[in-house]
Design a protein. Structure first.
Length: 277
C-alpha cells in the first residue's frame, strides 16, 4: 500500500504561526521533505521534532522527487514543507506534487500560512477576485512583456519579488501598468520589521527609492486591476486606444490586439483590422 504525501504549510516568519494539525503531521510522518533542510531545521528544532530529512531544493527537485516517490511507494508517509508558507506555491515542491499525482499517491493538504493571502488581506485592495503571478522574469525585456500582457487584467494582481530587484520591478510596473495604479508593497510579513507601504505605484516607488540602502527581506507586491471603461458605442474606440498604448510600450500588434480583445470581449479580427487604419 502506498504512503501519503502531506503538503504541510509552515510559518512565513513568526514560528508561532503553525497549526496544531501541522505539528501533529510533522511528528507522525516517516520522512520530512524540505526545500532547504538547514532552514527547516530551525522550525523543527524549535518544536522538538526529529525526523529523517530529504532536501528537494531547486535545481535538483526532479531527482529528489523520484527519491520521495520511492519512499511513498514503500508505504511511508512524507510531509512536504517549503522554506516558508504553503509548499508547491512558487516553490520547487510543485514537481514532487505532480509526480505523486501521476503515481496515484494520495496527496493531502495541511493548510496554513500563505504570504500572498496575508499581503492581499492587508493591502486594502479588492479581494473579490485576484490573479497570483508569483515571481516575474528576472530579465527586464521578459518582465516588461509579461507586465504588458497583464496591463488590462481587471482583477487584483499579486507578485513576489526579491529585494535586489524591487526598485527596477516597481519602475517597470509604473511604466507599463500606469503611475496612478493603487498598490501595496508588503515586506517581511509576520517578522519584526513587517511593513505595508500603500499608495500609487509612483508613491511606493518613491518611498523605496529613498530607502534604497535599507531594502532587504521578502516582498509581496499587490496592485489593483485595470478599471474597465463603461461599455457603450465608443467601446471599440477605447479598445483601439488601448492597443495603441500597448504597442507604444513595445508589444507587437497581434499580441496587443489579442490582449485587448479578450479584455473587452470584442472581435479580435475586427479590432486588428481597425488598428491598421
Amino acid at each position: 500500500m502506498k504512503g501519503v504525501l502531506y503538503l504541510v504549510s509552515t510559518p512565513i516568519g513568526n514560528l508561532e504561526d503553525i497549526t496544531l494539525r501541522a505539528l501533529k503531521v510533522l511528528e507522525e510522518a516517516d520522512v520530512i521533505a524540505a526545500e532547504d533542510t538547514r532552514h527547516s531545521l530551525k522550525l523543527l528544532t524549535h518544536y522538538g521534532i526529529k525526523k529523517p530529512l530529504i532536501s528537494y531544493w531547486s535545481g535538483r527537485e526532479k531527482i529528489r522527487a523520484e527519491e520521495i516517490i520511492s519512499r511513498l511507494k514503500e508505504g511511508r508517509s512524507v510531509a512536504l514543507i517549503s522554506d516558508a508558507g504553503t509548499p508547491g506555491i512558487s516553490d520547487p515542491g510543485a514537481v514532487v506534487v505532480r509526480r505523486a499525482i501521476e503515481e496515484g499517491v494520495q496527496v493531502v493538504p495541511i493548510p496554513g500560512p500563505s504570504a500572498l493571502l496575508a499581503a492581499l488581506s492587508v493591502s486594502g485592495l479588492s479581494t473579490e477576485g485576484f490573479t497570483f503571478i508569483g515571481f516575474l522574469p528576472p530579465k527586464k525585456g521578459e518582465r516588461v512583456k509579461t507586465l504588458m500582457e497583464l496591463a488590462l487584467e481587471p482583477r487584483t494582481l499579486i507578485f513576489y519579488e526579491a529585494p535586489h530587484r524591487l526598485l527596477e520591478t516597481l519602475a517597470d510596473m509604473e511604466e507599463t501598468l500606469g503611475a496612478d495604479r493603487n498598490s501595496a508593497v508588503v515586506k517581511e510579513l509576520t517578522k519584526l520589521h513587517e511593513e505595508a507601504a500603500r499608495g500609487t505605484l509612483t508613491e511606493v516607488l518613491d518611498k523605496f527609492s529613498e530607502e534604497e540602502k535599507g531594502i532587504a527581506g521578502e516582498y509581496v507586491i499587490v496592485i489593483e486591476g485595470k478599471k474597465k471603461g463603461e461599455k457603450g458605442a465608443d467601446v471599440l474606440e477605447e479598445a483601439l486606444l488601448e492597443v495603441k498604448s500597448l504597442m507604444k510600450k513595445g508589444l507587437g500588434r497581434k499580441e496587443a490586439v489579442r490582449t485587448v480583445s479578450e479584455h473587452y470581449g470584442i472581435s479580435k479580427k475586427e479590432l486588428y483590422a481597425r488598428s491598421l487604419e
